[in-house]
Design a protein around this ligand. Structure first.
Ligand SMILES: [Zn+2]
Length: 458
C-alpha cells in the first residue's frame, strides 16, 4: 500500500514537472483600495443641507468651463499607458463642461499632477479633491495611481503555468520554483518589463475615472447617508489590518464621514463609479457592491449638474472665496476715538457666484487661547466679544486690503462696548467667514491673523 502511494505521488509529480508549473504558494495580493481621505477635507462646520447638492463638495468644485492643466510626474509610464489613462480621465468630459488638458511633463505650473506609481510605493490610488489640487506644491503629485493594479495577472499566471515569454524570463533569471509564492509572482510580473504588456483594462478604466472624479470634487458614494448598514466591527478590523488605520480614522473617513456629506435630492447610487466595492462581511444585511468600472447614469447626471454645458454658471455652484497674501496688518489703540483700530492685510478673490463675507475681529485672552464672552449683542460673534463688517463681493473679482500703504478696510472696537477688561491685556484675532445664504451657514475661511497683546486702558 505504502509503495503504491509513493508511486502515485511520483507520477503526479512527474505530470506537474512536464506539463506545467505548480501554482505559486501563499495568499494572492489584493487590489489597493482608494485611499482618498474624504473626512480630512471636510469642514468641521459642514452642514448636510440637502439643498441642491449631491455627493460632491460644492465648495471645492472648479469654475464651470475651466480648462484644468494635467501632467504626469517623473517621466514615468509608457506612451501606451498614458494614452489609456488620458482617455479614461477624459471620459468625464462627455458629460461635464470641463477640460482635462494634458501638457508636457516639464510644464512648470499645472493644476493636477499624476504619479504613476507601483506596489512598492505603497501609496495606492487617491486624489486631492476639486480645487484643493491647487493647494499642492508644484513638485508634488495631486493624484496617485498604482499601475501594478492595472496589469492582467491572469494572463501572466497562464504563461507561468503553460509556458510563454514570462516563464522564459523567470527561468533565465534562475527562479526557485519550489518555494515560489504569489508575492514573488506579482513582483516578477512587475519587474518583467513586458513590451507587450497585458493590461486589466476594466481595473484601469474604473480606477482612473474614479480618481479623476475626486479631482472634479466628487466624494465617495458608499458614504451616502444611510446608504449602507455597515458592520462596524469588521470594517474596523479590515482597515486596521490592511491600511493601518485606527478606529478614529475609520470613523472619520469611512463611517461618520457620511454625516457631513453634501447630498441632494439624488438617491443613493450603488452603481456609481465613486462607490467602493462592498463585501457581504462589511454589512449587517449581507449587502454587496461589485467593482464599478463605468460612469453610472447618476454619475453623468451629477457631473453635468455641477459643470453644465451651454450654461455659464452651475445652479449648484456656491460662492467661493480665496484669501491670499495674508500680511500681519496693523492693530492699534486709539485714545482719541477710544477704541481699537484693526487693519488686516490680505488679497481676496471670488468665483463666478456673488458672495458675502464677514470680516470678524475677536478679542482673545493675552495668550491668544480663548475668546472672551460678552453680553453685548451688538459687539459679539457667537456670544464672544467681537466687532465685524459684512461685505458683498463682486463675482470673479480680486481686491487687496490694506496693501501698499493704503487703508481701505478698517474695523473698530470701542472700549465702552467691551466686556469689563480695563487694565487687562488682550489680543485681536481676525477671521473671514463666507456667508452661504442659500445653505444657511457660515464657512470659516481663514484664521491666520493674531495681533500682539494690547492693554485696554482704565
Ligand atoms: Zn476614492
Amino acid at each position: 500500500m505504502k509503495k503504491i502511494f509513493l508511486l502515485m505521488t511520483g507520477i503526479l509529480f512527474l505530470i506537474f514537472e512536464t506539463n506545467a508549473q505548480k501554482l505559486p504558494l501563499g495568499p494572492k495580493p489584493f487590489k489597493a483600495p482608494c485611499t482618498t481621505l474624504i473626512g480630512n477635507t471636510l469642514l468641521p462646520v459642514a452642514i448636510d443641507t440637502a439643498k441642491g447638492r449631491s455627493v460632491a463638495n460644492n465648495d471645492i468644485i472648479w469654475e464651470n468651463g475651466d480648462v484644468i492643466l494635467v501632467r504626469f510626474m517623473d517621466n514615468v509610464g509608457s506612451q501606451q499607458l498614458r494614452n489609456m489613462i488620458m482617455q479614461h480621465a477624459k471620459s468625464w468630459e462627455s458629460y461635464a463642461n470641463i477640460t482635462f488638458k494634458f501638457v508636457p511633463d516639464n510644464t512648470p505650473i499645472t493644476n493636477i499632477r499624476v504619479k504613476l506609481g507601483g506596489r512598492e510605493d505603497k501609496i495606492g490610488h487617491n486624489s486631492r479633491l476639486g480645487i484643493g489640487c491647487n493647494d499642492v506644491p508644484q513638485n508634488l503629485q495631486t493624484l496617485n495611481l498604482d499601475t501594478s493594479d492595472f496589469i492582467d495577472y491572469k494572463a501572466y499566471l497562464d504563461q507561468y503555468k503553460n509556458g510563454g515569454a514570462f516563464l522564459q524570463y523567470l527561468k533565465s533569471k534562475g527562479t526557485d520554483f519550489k518555494n515560489y509564492t504569489y508575492k514573488d509572482f506579482y513582483n516578477d510580473v512587475n519587474a518583467f518589463k513586458d513590451p507587450n504588456m497585458k493590461w486589466n483594462y476594466e481595473a484601469m478604466r474604473g480606477t482612473t475615472a474614479h480618481e479623476f472624479g475626486h479631482s472634479l470634487g466628487l466624494l465617495h458614494e458608499q458614504s451616502y447617508p444611510n446608504g449602507i448598514k455597515w458592520n462596524k466591527d469588521t470594517v474596523y478590523k479590515y482597515y486596521a489590518e490592511y491600511q493601518g488605520w485606527d478606529k478614529e480614522k475609520v470613523d472619520f473617513n469611512v463611517l461618520e464621514a457620511s454625516d457631513f456629506f453634501y447630498t441632494n435630492g439624488t438617491s443613493y447610487d450603488p452603481v456609481s463609479i465613486m462607490h467602493y466595492p462592498v463585501e457581504a462581511w462589511q454589512t449587517l444585511d449581507g449587502y454587496t457592491v461589485g467593482y464599478n468600472n463605468d460612469l453610472s447614469e447618476g454619475d453623468k447626471k451629477i457631473i453635468a449638474a455641477l459643470y453644465p454645458k451651454g450654461q455659464k454658471v452651475s445652479k449648484l455652484a456656491v460662492p467661493k472665496i480665496k484669501i491670499t497674501n495674508i500680511g500681519y496688518g496693523d492693530v492699534k489703540m486709539d485714545n482719541v476715538k477710544k477704541g481699537i483700530l484693526i487693519y488686516p492685510s490680505f488679497d481676496i478673490s471670488t468665483s463666478a457666484v456673488l458672495g458675502s463675507v464677514y470680516f470678524v475681529a475677536r478679542l482673545t485672552t493675552e495668550d491668544g487661547e480663548y475668546y472672551i464672552p460678552t453680553a453685548n449683542e451688538n459687539y459679539s460673534w457667537n456670544k464672544m466679544a467681537a466687532t465685524y463688517i459684512k461685505m458683498k463681493l463682486l463675482p470673479s473679482s480680486k481686491t487687496s486690503y490694506n496693501k501698499s500703504g493704503q487703508k481701505n478696510l478698517e474695523l473698530f472696537f470701542p472700549f465702552k462696548e467691551m466686556p469689563d477688561l480695563e487694565g487687562k491685556k488682550v489680543k485681536i484675532q481676525f477671521s473671514v467667514y463666507q456667508d452661504d445664504v442659500v445653505n444657511n451657514r457660515y464657512q470659516k475661511l481663514t484664521f491666520n491673523f493674531l495681533s500682539s497683546p494690547l492693554t485696554v486702558p482704565k
